[in-house]
Design a protein around this ligand. Sequence first.
Ligand code: GDP
Ligand code: MG
Length: 442
Amino acid sequence: LQERLSGILDTLTRRGALTEADVSAALREVRRALLEADVALDVVRDFVETVRERAVGANVVKSVTPGQMVVKIVHDTLVETLGSDARPIDLNAAPPVAIMMVGLQGSGKTTTTAKIAKRLTERGRSKVLMASLDTRRPAAQEQLKILGEQVSVDTLPIVAGQSPVQIAQRAMQAARLGGYDVVLLDTAGRQFVDEALMAEMVEIEKATDPHEVLLVADALTGQDAVNLARAFDERLSLTGIVLTRLDGDGRGGAALSMRAVTGKPIKLAGVGEKLDELEEFHPERIANRILGMGDIVSLVEKAAESIDAEQAQKMAEKMRKGAFDLDDLAEQLKQMEKIGGMQGVLGMLPGMGKMKKQLEGANLDDRVIKRQAAIISSMTRQERRKPEILKASRKKRIAAGSGTRVEEVNKLLKMHRQMADMMKAMGGKKGKRGLGALFGGM
Ligand code: GDP
Ligand code: MG
């Protein structure tokens, strides 16, 4: 599907003028993409209408096709809806500040509680107390205790026979007496939202007056996300959402649904089982993931401003003649760096996700580009023009000068040779081959 959407939008970008029918066609595909990313139906409908309103009558930026403009509007609207402002956990209240974690069973509440505790202790230097109010699941309180030991955060001593509200009250008291800054209240969950659970949450909220009430939700929740978010939001004063399992295969459509329904910020994202696998929420990333495409417009813009047309012309001429020397390679590397390196280029191209992974495996990151550029700049002018004169002693000097190793120098020379050969083979073919050749040559 991601490929399909990219494909459609891609065709649009190539077309000259964009008719209203084109916009509608594009939005039909966007709609389908969102549904397949498991965004709730109502949310999709509203979103598409918002985009339609913006798209119609929007000025098309010079040097960008109308189709690219639509892509950008879809993307920007998505980022905006997801919340472009970073919203950290708010501890701005009289200590002990209570943070209540709510959500369904298995959503990741307990794990996230420990993750947040670790983060607040290490980065915020807060003194944190964790308490498990989960009296339903056997060993739930022990689970939190063990996690507490792992992250060196105190947990409220377990006392058998207390109700969740009693435990919550005891936690607040212990925090006051112990001089804690923050109390994290990990609550029980159910497979489904039910009245007993909600009533219990409301009571706990009343008893502790939490400064933050965070809904923890699995990113793979799907269509249920809306009902889930609504149910919790109606009864509790939710202050934010934590999305877990963003490390999974899900497209993250739940993020859009929950954000749209509650209007509450997505504050954090769980990206793994380990206790340091908690991140700020990045709307841009999720937007790209939900749509399954990169930011085409920004590629176009960046590329347009950084790749000098004249330079490209000259390069093309050289390639035709098969006279591609190391100065030219250095120039290519520079251009790649300008547009954000290989990662940047691939990230912005639709349908490149897989290829990007492969290249990452091949060590083609920006660091490598920098080192390659350093190697070339450690060569004399003559060496750059005639790499064949590079024998062992010169290579040693270059490696030392660029802070690399001789093997790396050899690798670069080999890459250059392959590229030069390929260009020669392409011979009379059209010039604009720079980046393409670089991909192929490595
Ligand atoms: P709770 O019932 O809501 O308290 O959920 P738990 O915190 O006990 O988590 C349930 C399972 O989900 C555990 O196996 C966790 O390790 C796992 N889990 C929690 N957060 C994440 C996450 O962000 N990514 C992944 N892959 N697993 C997670
Ligand atoms: Mg739990």
